[in-house]
Design a protein around this ligand. Structure first.
Ligand code: ADP
Ligand code: MG
Length: 657
């Protein structure tokens, strides 16, 4: 969701500005500058301080603006290709300095012996030389403002347009007075003015502080507005499920729900009963037991004869969920699986049964959003690993709902700053507590040369009848010598434990081969699985207690954490060994963090710190807003204040209206 930058109404189009003809208009449009609001919110990319300084205080390589008297006739020298150099000596703050202008031959006539001039450039202290950028004519001092306009127009020309807007436009919108008072902020007009036409560094800082707050505040208001729009009240959204039947079902589960699971179930059930559409994110670390929570919700929907769709990003995960749901709902729900691998004939049957309402729960991949999929009464939509789907893909499924109740699940713990900004329009349920009896995975970091000891430890686990995951980052022989590829690693393990005990699964295999391999591993026919990161998402083999990750430095913290989450899924003690000879400080730090905590939320905060928010979500989350001044990693506190302010403000507005 792009942030709205609108403080001037009406937003007069740029062609109404003096001096903007069709040609300039087109150029500005290319930069996405359409109206006067865009003009004032095109903030300078830099400010060059033109206040004259004392050269004696400048360090080597400093950019300086200084004044001095011309001592010698300028000497002009030409090189090949028409390039040229103008050299003149000046006395500046009592020093005799050689000043060089490149490719500005016309300055020869302007630099007269005895005159005092102002120049700016880079100071080469040890040579007492200034590589001059410009001769400064105006005597105004202050700042020169630069804009990133992609070479479309000069900063100076743009400045004039900005000035014109300030002269003529009325700024109708400003931050509420009480907020300005409370946080000692400028008016928006004043802040923008100071950024475009600054007088001193303090001005710029104050102005940035105000604009930062403004963008975060407006963004929060927008999110709340979006939330209001999506939570339309309508009797139609009510899923009046059978509470008694649901209770009985929960009582028959083979385990007791954790407090966090109970709370999440309650929140979801309350949403279902309400006359507003559900729009909830269920966040919980790997293995925290989100699946059963989703299952309970789908059972609720079933009690009134309506349907649930569960969309997952991969075939493997669809199978996994299908199996767990079959176990949980043995005979209670009619469950189908629909993926790209479903045969034509089978698919036709499933589609018909979905249309007739015979199927209560369908679990599938992207196959669920194909055009021919229609439901009888789809009243609950669950998306697992929701960040792996695009907004449009999710929308395509959501649009098929009879009662639009949407539950997103994610095992990626999201730092609070980011969840406020990206999911501010959703309700959030969090499962922090692991199921009873779970022991934190003991994590170790070992060097390659210590691999043998790791194999000994693994053998001990195998003797107890446990499974083990071995993760290798690559499929093919790599150019990097010490990078262990999956084939090579497979060899190491078959040599030691015998081919009859070791399974190989990697991303290049056909889905049914992968599937078969996974099944042999799960059934303990082959207790050791060597694989690439295909196991990252959602696999559940509680008997697995040992994981070895080769070249662990190749993975980011969140991937490592996801991988590690495949073990420690029962009451048995599990182990994770990171094998790595890290080359960078950053990689070392990641190994240390991994061995020091198993808390996904803590890891995600550390990850955000190390990588910054853009990188953190990367391509996974293109919905991350782009701010002009605010920085999500740094401005956490401002964000909190802006959020609280937005909540108070909109409550007041509603009260007034
Ligand atoms: P997630 O999807 O959050 O990664 P799962 O739903 O796959 O986690 O749960 C992991 C395992 O824990 C499953 O085998 C599940 O049956 C089991 N489990 C879930 N909730 C509980 C609980 N309250 N007590 C004991 N085991 C549980
Ligand atoms: Mg899961």
């Amino acid at each position: 969701m792009p942030v709205m930058y609108q403080v001037i109404t009406p937003p007069t189009p740029i062609e109404d500005l003096k001096g903007v003809g069709p040609k300039l208009r087109d150029k500005l449009l290319e930069l996405d500058i359409k109206d006067v609001n865009d003009v004032v919110f095109t903030l300078p990319s830099g400010h060059e301080n033109l206040t004259v300084m004392d050269l004696r205080e400048a360090a080597h390589n400093d950019k300086v603006t200084v004044a001095g008297t011309i001592q010698t006739e300028p000497a002009l020298a030409y090189f090949r290709g028409g390039k040229n150099r103008l050299t003149v000596f000046m006395e500046i703050n009592g020093m005799y300095v050689k000043v060089i202008f490149f490719n500005q031959p016309y300055l020869k006539d302007k630099l007269k012996v005895g005159e005092t001039v102002k120049i700016s450039g880079k100071f080469q202290r040890h040579k007492l030389e200034i590589n001059a950028q410009r001769l400064i004519y105006d005597d105004s001092g202050g700042y020169r403002v630069k804009y990133s306009l992609g070479g479309v127009m000069h900063s100076k020309t743009f400045s004039k347009l900005v000035a014109q807007v300030f002269e003529n436009a009325i700024f109708n919108y400003d931050l509420p007075e009480d907020l300005k008072g409370k946080y000692r902020l400028l008016s928006i007009r004043e802040a923008l003015w100071r950024l475009h036409f600054p007088g001193n560094p303090h001005d710029i800082n104050e102005a940035r502080r105000t604009i930062k707050f403004y963008e975060l505040f407006i963004f929060q208001l927008q999110l709340m507005e979006k939330r209001r729009r999506e939570r339309v009240r309508n009797e139609r959204y009510i899923v009046d499920y059978d509470v008694g039947a649901l209770r009985t079902f929960i009582d028959t589960l083979p385990f007791e729900l954790t407090d966090d699971q109970k709370r999440s179930v309650n929140e979801i059930c309350r949403d279902l009963k309400q006359n507003v559409s559900m729009h909830r994110l269920l966040q919980g670390d790997v293995g925290s037991g989100k699946t059963i929570v989703a299952g309970i919700a789908s059972y609720a929907v079933k009690t009134i004869g309506e349907q649930t769709a569960l969309m997952v990003p991969t075939e493997v995960l669809a199978n996994q969920h299908f199996q767990s749901f079959l176990e949980i709902f043995d005979g209670l729900l009619n469950i189908a699986k629909l993926t790209g691998n479903t045969s034509k004939k089978e698919k036709a049957g499933i589609l018909a049964a979905l249309r007739s309402g015979e199927i209560d729960l369908v679990i599938g991949t992207h196959a669920l959003i194909e055009d021919d999929v229609a439901f009888n009464r789809l009243s609950l939509i669950i998306t697992d690993e929701q960040h792996r789907f695009g907004v449009n893909q999710r929308k395509r499924l959501n649009d098929r709902a009879y009662r639009k109740n949407v539950l997103y699940m994610t095992a990626t713990p999201i730092p609070r700053t980011l969840s406020i900004t990206t999911f501010g329009d959703m309700d959030i349920s969090i499962i922090k507590e692991m199921p009873k009896g779970r022991k934190p995975v003991e994590t170790y970091w070992r060097r390659f040369e210590e691999t043998d000891e790791v194999l000994d430890a693994l053998e001990a686990e195998m003797k107890k009848g446990h499974n083990a995951y071995i993760v290798a980052p690559l499929i093919e022989e790599s150019e990097t010598l010490d990078l262990k590829n999956v084939q090579e690693i497979f060899q190491v393990f078959t040599d030691r434990f015998g081919e009859e005990n070791v399974e190989l699964v990697h991303g290049r295999m056909k889905p049914d081969e992968k599937e078969a391999g996974m099944r042999r591993f799960e059934s303990h026919e082959k207790p050791v699985l060597v694989s690439t990161t295909v196991i990252e998402v959602g696999i559940n083999v509680p008997n697995a207690t040992f994981m070895v990750i080769f070249n662990a430095e190749r993975f980011g913290l969140s991937t490592l954490h996801q991988l590690r989450g495949r073990v420690g899924r029962s009451d048995k003690q599990s182990y994770c060994v990171l094998i790595s000879d890290p080359k960078t400080e950053n990689a070392k730090l990641r190994m240390d963090i991994m061995t020091s905590t198993t808390d996904g939320f803590e890891l995600s905060e550390r990850d955000l710190e190390m990588r910054g928010p853009g990188d953190y979500f990367g391509v996974r989350q293109s919905g991350l807003p782009q701010f002009k001044v605010a920085d999500l990693a740094e401005d956490y506190r401002v964000l909190e204040h802006a959020r609280m302010s937005a909540i108070e403000y909109s409550a007041k507005m509603e009260g007034d209206g």
